[in-house]
Ligand binder design. Structure first.
Ligand SMILES: C[S@@+](CC[C@H](N)C(=O)[O-])C[C@H]1O[C@@H](n2cnc3c(N)ncnc32)[C@H](O)[C@@H]1O
Length: 243
């Protein structure tokens, strides 16, 4: 029987960084510009990069002179982030569990770094522990998918070749989640990984944020800073303040 590896195992694979090599520092610069343009980032912030991946946002934040702690559940991501951004501090930790109290001036969760659990208790607990890590008046930037855009723009099958590896990708929607399967062949072995994200819409996200003590104050529909449109925006980018 062929094994389907989970999203947690997928983030431990170097092939993640290969397949998503276009999700690089250059692309992350757009959200950095949006964060600064909001005027909400406290000066000299101590920033929590929640679900930091390989540190492409942390890279810019330390360049701007901010102190950054990047946290990720994946050991491989944390090691890669440490190599790419030696000036920041990186910690392997599952953000469903609280770790800090009222320490950070700001926190970020970019490129859909929560929402992987089918049970919303787990997704919500990530928001509550991020909220708890923030001081009162601190800023939280949440960059998440927009379910209406995902549903109307879903590429069901795709083949992507990078560095001699050919990835076969399938996407589908079920149980209010978008699933993505990534498959490739290597030395007579078929590797199959599945990641998934909850299709949280804007009212659900704002409800969860408010319940976690984070008050939404600005919303954007994309990294360029265009206004949010529930039906057509590519992203849901919500700026909230810790109450
Ligand atoms: C799609 S990646 C994005 C990474 C990074 N924010 C970026 O923009 O490149 C999502 C990341 O969220 C992390 N993540 C998901 N759930 C997490 C949790 N409960 N605690 C810590 N990290 C988590 C994953 O390990 C993964 O590195």
């Amino acid at each position: 029987m062929e094994v389907v590896h989970s999203w947690r195992e997928w983030f431990e694979r170097p092939e993640y960084s290969l397949l998503y090599s276009h999700r690089n520092e250059q692309e992350a610069l757009q959200i950095v510009k949006l964060i600064y343009a909001s005027g909400l980032l406290p000066d000299n912030s101590l920033v929590l990069d929640a679900g930091c991946g390989y540190g492409r946002l942390s890279y810019w934040l330390v360049k701007k002179g901010l102190r950054v702690v990047g946290v990720d559940i994946s050991q491989r991501m944390i090691l890669e982030a440490g190599r790419r951004v030696p000036e920041a501090t990186f910690l392997r930790h599952d953000l469903r569990f609280p770790y800090w109290d009222s320490l950070f001036d700001s926190a970020t969760s970019i490129f859909s770094s929560f929402g992987y659990w089918e049970d919303d208790l787990h997704n919500f607990s990530m928001l509550t522990s991020i909220s708890r890590a923030l001081r009162v008046g601190g800023l939280f930037v949440l960059d998440y998918l927009n379910p209406y855009f995902v549903k109307s723009n879903l590429t069901q099958q795709e083949i992507i070749s990078k560095n001699g590896k050919t990835f076969h990708i399938k996407r589908w929607i079920a149980n209010n989640m978008v699933y993505k399967e990534i498959v490739w062949e290597e030395r007579n072995t078929t590797w199959r990984f599945r990641e998934q994200l909850k299709l949280f819409d804007y009212p659900t996200l704002t409800g969860m944020l408010e319940s976690a003590g984070l008050i939404p104050v600005q919303v954007y529909g994309g990294y360029s800073g265009k206004p949010f449109n529930a039906k057509s925006s590519e992203r849901t980018i919500i700026f909230s303040i810790k109450a």
